[in-house]
Design a protein around this ligand. Structure first.
Ligand SMILES: NC(=O)c1ccc[n+]([C@@H]2O[C@H](COP(=O)([O-])OP(=O)(O)OC[C@H]3O[C@@H](n4cnc5c(N)ncnc54)[C@H](OP(=O)(O)O)[C@@H]3O)[C@@H](O)[C@H]2O)c1
Length: 237
């Protein structure tokens, strides 16, 4: 029997202008997906469609609704990756409500809005992949708002799994540990060395390792409703 050609696939991703998002978009592009990136600055992935949007602003998201739906037309299989996130420092004693609201807007509300925009067009084989964090399961000091939103990300993924039962659309939450992005590198070599020493593999993950896992999750619907830790194994205190 002649193998059936696979349907055209596209990746809709937030925050592919840098870091884990850029590596993920690059991985999917190499696998033949049309990449559609949503962020404030452009992605460098060749052939990607750029939708310039500020995810902290609901009217900015609304303004891309039409072009986004036009861009996914003809792609029955869509992988939607909620990657962009805002991280502001602050302990429970000093976290400011404005900063908390901004983090919830980008990290929690925007993914729900984008789900509602795209799910009606997503056919079986599609997926919704959330990028959480080890901070979806645990906590550290001085990151109250970010940790609250990353716990919420896991809850969103679990409710997505339940609400999409029977649709053929699967979901999961990838939870990276320390990953070598510009932001992490900006802390300098000593900090990187210290962070590496906290993992059982004595190193920091690369963005392409996380990207490979996102791609695997998108293509393997058996991974549904799962939180996948990608943290190289933390050394227990
Ligand atoms: N790096 C790590 O060690 C690590 C560890 C655990 C989890 N994570 C998670 O991994 C994901 C990616 O992190 P990263 O380290 O790669 O981050 P990053 O390098 O700081 O990139 C963040 C991306 O989000 C986009 N973004 C931020 N605010 C936005 C807004 N208001 N509107 C539109 N786009 C916005 C940025 O695009 P523009 O600036 O162009 O808008 C950028 O592309 C996040 O969910 C993060 O929580 C990262």
């Amino acid at each position: 029997m002649t193998p059936q050609p696979s349907p055209p696939r596209c990746l809709v991703i937030t925050g592919a202008s840098k870091g884990i998002g850029l590596a993920t978009a690059t991985r999917f592009a190499a696998a033949g997906y049309q990449v559609i990136n949503l962020s404030r600055t452009d992605t460098s992935v060749p052939g990607a469609v750029q939708m310039t949007v500020d995810l902290s602003n609901p009217s900015s998201i609304e303004s891309i609704s039409k072009p986004l739906l036009a861009a996914v037309e003809g792609f029955p299989v869509i992988t939607l990756v909620h990657n962009a996130a805002l991280q502001t420092m602050g302990s429970i004693k000093e976290a400011e409500s404005e900063q908390l609201r901004a983090m919830f807007e980008v990290n929690v509300v925007a993914p729900v809005t984008l789900n509602q925009m795209l799910l009606p067009t997503m056919q079986p084989g599609s997926s919704v992949i959330y990028i959480g964090s080890t901070m979806s399961h645990r906590a550290t000091r001085n990151l109250t708002g970010y940790i609250a939103t990353k716990h919420a990300t896991l809850g969103l993924m679990r409710s997505t799994c339940q609400d999409l039962a029977g649709t053929g659309v699967h979901t999961c939450c990838i939870c990276p540990g320390f990953t070598e992005t510009e932001m992490l590198r900006s802390f300098g070599g000593d900090v990187l060395k210290h962070l590496a020493s906290l993992t059982t593999q004595q190193r920091i993950a690369s963005t392409s390792e996380i990207a490979n896992l996102v791609h695997f999750a998108a293509e393997n619907p058996v991974v549904n409703g799962a939180a996948l830790n990608a943290d190289l194994g933390f050394i227990e205190p």
